[in-house]
Design a protein around this ligand. Structure first.
Ligand code: GTR
Length: 426
């Protein structure tokens, strides 16, 4: 009797995606945002004021980076170099004849482990070594375009019947289903390249650490990353850094001009990639929310506890000690953004995306700005949110557009305009 009652409760808690949730009422009421301390990015943990770039770079930046590494995203347990990369396909007349298409397979081998991922690249024909946007996609490279030559990934993918994805396998049916999020022709016309990877090829997005890149680093008998070791976001960021390693070797590409881009969980990833790898020239975080650009201590929309329960594999296990305990964090996400300084960073929100806390995303950009000012760069000048669809294109850039959690042509128009202004040699 008792057992069946417990079973009933467990069943009622089980969502269709196989994750347990308890009752959680997100706060969407600004008057219920708690009072909280915004930690000063320019004061060290020991209370020393950072007055110049040298102290920032030698002391404050490393201690912040170390905190986010050990307690939020997790450290990469070792070094692993690309075993081999190969251009597996090339087309000279892509994107209505305006671009060259390359599909590059990147392979990693270590003992019994083998993993490869495929980078789809479009480069405008009329620009030599253009700056390029690099970002993951959610459902496979062939979903971002109707280009019939784009290879279909055979990696595990989350089912999505509306995209024709069943049995965790991609097929021809899902070609082009995400065209709306990738303004490929606009990007090419503006003189930029675009590179994208299916994120599930680096680490499948499920709470399972037996697949993807994690097992490459396990000690004998280990089946799960240790407390401060990487979750999936850090694994995806690692994949972006390895892609940059490859790009440094490709004569068609200038790896010093790569703008790392991501939406939502992949926007959290682009921020971490840009913070942890200073080779990225600029960073774009589109609607990244909790664990991305949004301040955790506001507890508006998604919270640390909520995200760690819904997605136990995204962050390192140490981050779980901040569940319902955000105030104990000696940092907040504005300091993640500050780690990108002085490189350009763009934080973008959507009006209806309350779950991601647009105001918290804006404030993080604002509170990161003093670090940019230290470098003589302009961040958010005012702590008042810009009006809807009124972008601010400083070195720290921000917009809130009307509409939902998504990537739209409006977003791409802004990213291109801002990159034209902020990237050197443009
Ligand atoms: C949501 C999650 C968000 C965001 C989003 C996404 O369910 O709560 O943090 O990452 O998924 O990535 O689409």
């Amino acid at each position: 009797m008792k057992v069946s009652f417990i079973l009933l409760i467990m069943l009622s808690c089980l969502l269709s995606n196989g994750q347990f949730v308890d009752k959680f009422e997100p706060n969407y009421d600004e008057s219920k945002v708690p009072e909280f301390v915004v930690t000063d990015p320019l004061t060290t943990f020991k209370g020393r004021k950072v007055k110049n770039i040298r102290v920032w770079q030698k002391q404050r930046r490393p201690e912040l980076l170390n905190f986010f590494t050990e307690n939020v995203y997790g450290r990469v347990p070792g070094e692993l170099k690309i075993s081999e990369w190969k251009v597996v396909e090339r087309g000279e007349n892509a994107v209505n004849g305006k671009a060259v298409r390359k599909q590059v397979d990147i392979l990693f081998e270590k003992e019994n482990n083998k993993l490869h991922f495929n980078v789809l690249i479009y480069l405008p024909k009329d620009v030599v070594k253009p700056p390029l946007f690099l970002g993951y996609n959610f459902y496979g490279n062939h979903t971002i375009t109707d280009d019939v030559n784009v290879l279909i990934s055979d990696a595990w993918v989350r089912d999505n019947p509306s995209f024709g994805i069943i049995n965790n396998q991609l097929t021809e049916q899902s070609r082009g289903v995400r065209i709306n999020r990738w303004a490929v022709e606009k990007i090419i016309d503006a003189g930029y390249g675009l590179a994208t990877i299916y994120y599930g090829e680096v680490d499948p997005d499920k709470n399972d650490f037996s697949d993807g890149i994690h097992p490459f680093f396990y000690k004998s008998g280990q089946q799960h990353p240790a407390l401060g070791e990487w979750g999936s976001i850090a694994a995806w960021a690692w994949g972006l850094s390895r892609t940059l390693d490859y790009m440094e070797k490709d004569d068609d590409i200038d790896a010093t001009k790569v703008i790392v881009f991501g939406h939502s969980r992949l926007g959290k990833t682009s921020l971490w990639a840009g913070a942890s790898d200073e080779r990225f020239a600029a960073v774009i975080s589109n609607n990244s929310g909790c664990g991305g650009a949004a301040l955790s201590k506001r507890k508006f929309g998604e919270t640390v506890e909520r995200i760690n329960k819904s997605f136990p594999h995204w962050f390192c296990d140490n981050f779980k000690s901040y569940n319902l305990n955000e105030e104990a964090l000696p940092v907040d996400q504005h300091e993640l953004i500050a780690l990108i300084a002085p490189r350009p960073v763009y934080v973008a929100s959507a009006e209806q995306d309350k779950w991601a806390d647009p105001k918290g995303e804006f404030l993080a950009a604002y509170y990161a700005s003093p670090v940019y000012n230290l470098f003589g760069k302009q961040g958010m000048v005012s702590g008042k949110m810009p009006a809807l669809n009124q972008p601010v294109h400083n070195t720290v850039a921000y917009h809130i557009r009307s509409g939902i959690h998504d990537v739209t042509d409006y977003d791409w128009d802004q990213y291109i305009k801002w990159a034209n202004k902020q990237l050197p040699d443009r």
